[in-house]
Design a protein around this ligand. Sequence first.
Ligand SMILES: C[S@@+](CC[C@H](N)C(=O)[O-])C[C@H]1O[C@@H](n2cnc3c(N)ncnc32)[C@H](O)[C@@H]1O
Length: 528
Amino acid sequence: MNKFVITRVGGLARTIIALSSSFLFASSFSLLTPIITHRRYYNTKNKNNNFITHHQRQQLIMSSTSSSSSDQQTINGGDATFANVSATKNIPTYDGDEKAKATDFANYFSAYSQLYHQKQMLTDHNRMAAYHAAIVGNSDIFKDKIVMDVGTGSGILAVWAAQAGAKRVYAIEYTDMANHARNVVRANGVDHIVTVIQGAVEEVVLPEEDWDRVGLTTEEEDGTQQEEEGGEKKKKDQRVVDIIISEWMGYFLLRESMLDSLVRARDTFLKPTSGLMMPSHATMMIAPIVDEEERKHQQNEYAAGMEDWKEFAETTSNLYGVDMSVLESNFDREQKEYYVLSSRWAELPTSCVLAEPAVVKQLDMHVCTVEDARGVGLSVGEDEGSGAPFDFDVVGRSYAENDGIGGHEGPISGFAGWFTVDFKSRTDDIGKDVAPQVPNPAYLSTGPEMGYTHWGQQVFHLPSAIPLLSDQTTRIQGTLEMMRTKESARLYNVRFRYTSSRRRTSSQDRDADVLMKGKSEELVYQIP
Ligand SMILES: C[S@@+](CC[C@H](N)C(=O)[O-])C[C@H]1O[C@@H](n2cnc3c(N)ncnc32)[C@H](O)[C@@H]1O
């Protein structure tokens, strides 16, 4: 089958971000991170390779529940007031207490209610082209169908679904962006098809009158009305939707935790065996990269921060007679977490990638669960696990043949993580022979080969680079775990455990002939 080729936009110019206006490390103060502003503002800055403008900075500050005009917010660590994790660790829109929901709204949803943020997504042309190809390019399967757009934002996907021939489109949006979506739907002449419903998708109910008016039916022939139980009329079986479309992906796929909402929407509204999810599949991958300029920049910022501390401590002692040096180790930890152990947004050129990427998680959107949304490489119900394995061979430059052509100069500066999504036919056992085939599969990658997307790649720089030696291959073997932070159900930490070893590139046996084996390393990063 033809795969839609997504037009590549944007160059491969090296545009790693240097400024992290509201970085907050997970273990202590990540709670106030305005989640969407990162996704959106990093995008703008990197795309143009400029520092963010005063206007953007102001917006970023406003969208934080606790503002600071400095580049690094200094927030009281671990203040439970700001925690948005519910007792069951589900995201607050689903079952958070009121305080958790309010925090979630302030940090997550409030940004989505601004047209500024929606526009950032609407100008990501790789994203737009992929969704357009998936929906409008598959009008055969949209014709006369019941569609739901989970998190419709400005309403664009819902309008496309109507243009592709859908009979009814339910466009669900939690924020006041729903009002703008209604205007967009009306202005594009599809308001007789698209119904915008404002609310959390976990809580909305389809309009009662539509059962007759649009002829909503579940897969079961015996109708839609369920029996009364316990004196209360049970909700109608709402699994009447043929296609769910949604743009739910965050940095490194899972950040923002909208996957939870999508899974709940699927289980409530999608026809179980004949329904289609768009996108249908998602894949997370990592690769070792060279990225020394940015890695050193981070190291220098860390070193400068510590120099500054020493001067501050001396001044405070001399001028005010108080010894602050007792706090130095804590300040050091804070700075390291901020500058060294946090991932960075990047738009890497393909030449930075040093080995074949490794897949660390694959999701079939028709059968994945909220457990999948908890992270990568975890044991069921746990925040830890054995991790998703990776095993990279990074080949150093070869001078033996072809006058030095082949292999990499290096060094290994760290790892980059990104994701891809597919819009293709169902592959799961219960749906693959029942659901309609997708005639024109579409595809979106946020990897270096794609050029610019607002997701970019997340780069995890190593505190010390691993040099590559000529005619030798460096093997990096280890595991990745990604887990939610304790304080925010929408933010994640990533733990790398790995060892490196070297062997001659000419060696045939990966396990034998090891020239050097490094000690085991463990690094935990926040995705800010
Ligand atoms: C990444 S935006 C995508 C917007 C639009 N679909 C597009 O592709 O341009 C995700 C949208 O989903 C909304 N959203 C997130 N979680 C939601 C939930 N549980 N219920 C309803 N809307 C939600 C957000 O407010 C936001 O507008």
